[in-house]
Write a protein of this length. Structure first.
Length: 243
């Protein structure tokens, strides 16, 4: 019976040794995973994320090894099932979920890193299983998503007539002044939530959702221009757009 992994274009170029489990293919697969995970990990570390270089390498190498063990089990027994790989993916999903936290500004942190960690695990499974082409394509797609798409997201957010701000007022009674100012600018407040994390700070802190009227959208080119204008108000201690 032909080895299905020989259908992989890169495996065909490398030769039959790369499609089977042997000392050379094991070292090669771990090396490939190490390099790919290092690139992703460096990108995350450069942005000071908690899951960085070591985390991505360890997760990817563990998933690659589990995939190779699965291949060995399937070769030994025709009735084998890839339980180890499934368990590894589920475990990594659980571990990566722990990096998702809520900041004091009611923002979800770590969601992209968690998704990237899980995706890097899948890249490791593909490389460990000898599916080099799938591993390389998925790696390129993952790297593009986490390094380039944030720029596109910022452009899309700037073109949206909806945005949310973190607002710190010097006194609670200044909230009415803020609402009045927003209305004078022909904008609408969709929602205001008080932030209990700053209860004893002496400040009145809110998360405010704002909508720019469609007819005035061209006048406010970028959200940061609106934020800068509001920041100049005396009663505002601090204000910034929430991601």
């Amino acid at each position: 019976m032909a080895n299905p992994f020989l259908n992989d274009p890169i495996a065909q170029v490398l030769g039959s040794w790369s499609a089977s489990i042997n000392i050379y293919s094991v070292l090669f697969r771990i090396f490939i995973v190490f390099i790919l995970a290092s690139i992703i990990g460096c990108e995350r570390s450069s942005k000071r994320h908690s899951a960085g270089l070591r985390t991505f390498i360890i997760v990817s190498m563990a998933s690659a090894v589990s995939a190779m063990i699965d291949v060995c089990i399937l070769n030994i027994s025709s009735q084998g099932f890839p339980l180890i790989s499934a368990a590894a993916v589920v475990s990594i999903a659980m571990i990566s979920g722990n990096s998702i936290v809520f900041s004091s500004r009611s923002q979800i942190k770590g969601l992209t890193t968690s998704a990237g960690l899980w995706a890097c695990c899948v890249v490791g499974l593909a490389a460990g299983g000898g599916l080099y082409t799938i591993a390389l394509i998925s790696f390129v797609a993952l790297l593009f998503c986490i390094s380039q798409l944030p720029r596109i997201e910022r452009i899309l957010k700037d073109r949206s007539n909806h945005f949310e701000v973190h607002l710190e007022l010097k006194n609670s009674y200044n909230l009415q002044d803020f609402v009045t100012t927003i209305r004078r600018l022909d904008m609408k407040i969709d929602d205001i939530e008080s932030n209990p994390a700053y209860a004893n700070s002496g400040l009145s802190v809110y998360s405010v959702s704002i909508t720019i009227n469609e007819r005035d959208f061209e006048r406010y080119k970028k959200h940061r221009d609106i934020i800068e204008a509001l920041r100049s108000l005396d009663y505002i201690h601090y204000i910034e757009e929430m991601n």
